[in-house]
Design a protein around this ligand. Structure first.
Ligand code: CP
Length: 334
């Protein structure tokens, strides 16, 4: 499966072989991601990093990943600072930015917007999140993290038990992750949410067509005895009003006391971040920060590896990264 010149818009473009390729290349990026070595394989290339919706991790890690491959980054943040706010179409923006760039990463609040943008682009476009639809690079880094965390107890994704918790209706990360999980076998999936924020039918169908054992519930207690607990934030920005979102905030909190009572001793805790740490929400309490099974920051770190791998694949340089390696003077002087 070749990704050279391809857009990455949905996880549905990936099969298990393609995922293995991405993960193999991601692992090879480790010395570059940790700045022990550097590579100039993308020297002269430019990433157009277009974020029309707030982001910390995805925007910065796309930029860092591209810099770590030797490329340069130009970015725009926020709708109001872009000509989209003057009525420019996604198509026109794509035509213009794609002649300034060799690859584009983009986030936008509307579902389907990144695919629409890609139609006008002359270079590969990577979806950094389109509304409540998909977040494919997040799902790949989530799956990479799950594989890594489960390997510590000699488990694999096939046959694992995962509980997804929170806003499963608007949470694009759980949509993309669930679609990827439908490529695996015998996964036990527990979906914990208020009934109003349940997983969309399309995703439920993908999971049940894969033959996975599905449980749908609005109860946290008794349903956390899983290999992975994937907690999510109430996606306030997708609700008609803040008051509406407030109805669900803080309903499914996880803290050390609940973890000790309801999880296995080695249940891995994941969250795509940002976690909402305001008192009224606090879905993942700070008292879990010292729990060795809290994988949220390892998960965020893996974003660099996976995004480096995706850039290398889309630009067709995945086999040349080491050929252009060089020393990092400040690192070796430490
Ligand atoms: N996980 C994630 O998409 O985080 P940001 O919103 O900070 O990019």
């Amino acid at each position: 499966m070749s990704f050279k010149g391809q857009h990455i818009l949905s996880v549905q473009q990936f099969n298990r072989d393609a995922i293995l390729d991405v993960f193999r290349i991601a692992r090879q990026m480790s010395p570059y991601a940790s700045r022990k070595k550097r590579t100039t394989v993308l020297e002269g290339a430019i990433l157009g990093n277009l974020f029309f919706e707030p982001s910390t991790r995805t925007r910065v890690s796309f930029g860092c990943a591209f810099n770590l491959l030797g490329g340069e980054v130009r970015e725009t943040t926020g709708m109001e600072s872009s000509a989209l706010s003057k009525g420019e179409s996604l198509y026109d923006t794509a035509r213009v930015i794609s002649s300034y760039s060799d690859v584009i990463a983009m986030r936008h609040p509307q579902a389907g917007s990144v695919a629409e943008f890609a139609q006008g682009s002359r270079v590969p476009v990577l979806n950094g999140g389109d509304g409540a639809n998909e977040h494919p690079t997040q799902a790949l880094l989530d799956l990479f993290t799950i594989e890594q965390e489960l390997a510590a107890s000699s488990q694999s994704i096939d046959g694992m038990h995962i509980a997804m918790v929170g806003d499963l209706k608007f949470g694009r990360t759980v949509h993309s992750l669930s679609k990827l999980l439908s490529l695996y076998q015998n996964v036990k999936v527990i979906l914990i949410s208020p009934s109003e924020l349940a997983m969309p039918d399309e995703i439920l169908n993908a999971l049940s067509n894969a033959g996975h054992q599905l449980t749908i519930t609005d109860k946290l207690e008794g349903n956390l005895n899983a290999d992975i607990v994937y907690q999510t934030r109430i996606q306030e920005e997708r609700f008609p009003s803040k008051e509406e979102a407030n109805r669900y905030r803080g309903k499914f909190r996880l803290n050390q006391e609940i973890y000790t009572r309801h999880c296995k001793s080695n249940t891995v805790i994941m969250h795509p971040l940002p976690r909402d740490s305001r008192l009224e929400a606090n879905e993942l309490d700070n008292d879990l920060n010292l729990n060795p099974n809290l994988a949220i920051f390892r998960q965020a770190d893996n974003g660099i590896l996976v995004r480096m791998a995706l850039f290398a694949l889309c630009l067709g340089v995945e086999n040349q990264v080491d050929k252009f390696e060089c020393a990092v003077p400040w690192y070796s002087n430490k």
